[in-house]
Design a protein. Sequence first.
Length: 328
Amino acid sequence: MFNKVCVLMVLQLWFMMGSVFAEGITIVVSPTATVTGTSITLGQLAQISGDDTAWVESLGRLKLGNAPSPGSRVVLTKELLRIRLAATGSNFSGIVWNIPDVITVTGSSQWISGQTLLDTAITAIKGQVGSNVSSDDIVITPIGMTKDLTVPMGTIEVTADVPYGIHYSMSTPVTVAVSVNGQVFAKIPLTFDIKLYQQVAVAADQINPNDLLSTANLRYERMDSGRLEAGYVTDINKVLGWQCRRSLKPGMVITDSMTVKSILIKRGANVNIVARLNGVEVTAVGQALQDGMEGQLIRVQNLNSTRIISATVLDGTTVQVLTYKSNG
């Protein structure tokens, strides 16, 4: 308490001396001021005038505490301002002062709209989805409200990152970073619900087990892919002619697990064995020793030599022998 009283007495003496022995320096403190940077300086609070330019500039650079955050305010009383001036250790003799009872100090600021933050995040999401997805097929919905952001004065840069990738079956987090003059000021976490609609193969009619899939019993339907089980089919052509493993009702989604390639060659059927080597093709008659689907490797017996070989099913009557080009 004693120290505070002493400081105030010294300050009072300075200001009294200033009014009597003015040496050409006048400081008029404004009742309201907007400050930039991280510190409150006397030059931002007051109009300093006088013939001694160097002294005027030196007084203007005096730091009187931390600046309020952008857009927020602090209130300084006349007494508090005098204490902060005394704490600088500067010589204020010969200065004429004009200080209001209360000074309201506001941190300079600018703002970024919440919509700008959302748009930046959505652009990042679309960049990860890729150009092969039509804008009509993806629906991006923000979860929750995104408020405007107050930032310091300076050059603003807004970027966004999708750190864990896109999720269609759950929410997708996005981090929006706001930089001012090259320094990161804030990172805002946003969350989105993302739906990807695709043309999916479904049963057009009742399909029974072992039925072959065709254009007659399949059709496309636009669906939210995030709600579908894995293995859904988006190209009917890939399963045409395949067998259905189970019974399907109209409208049920076709998945890989429901289908299997149809058997082209039955066990015991006669087949043409084809062997190709160095541009020469040799054929023989054989018998399939097991069922075979297109592209499947099965055991076949050459009826001429009775030799059992492995061959790949090409179609319903032909298999191809695995051959190797000789190095000799």
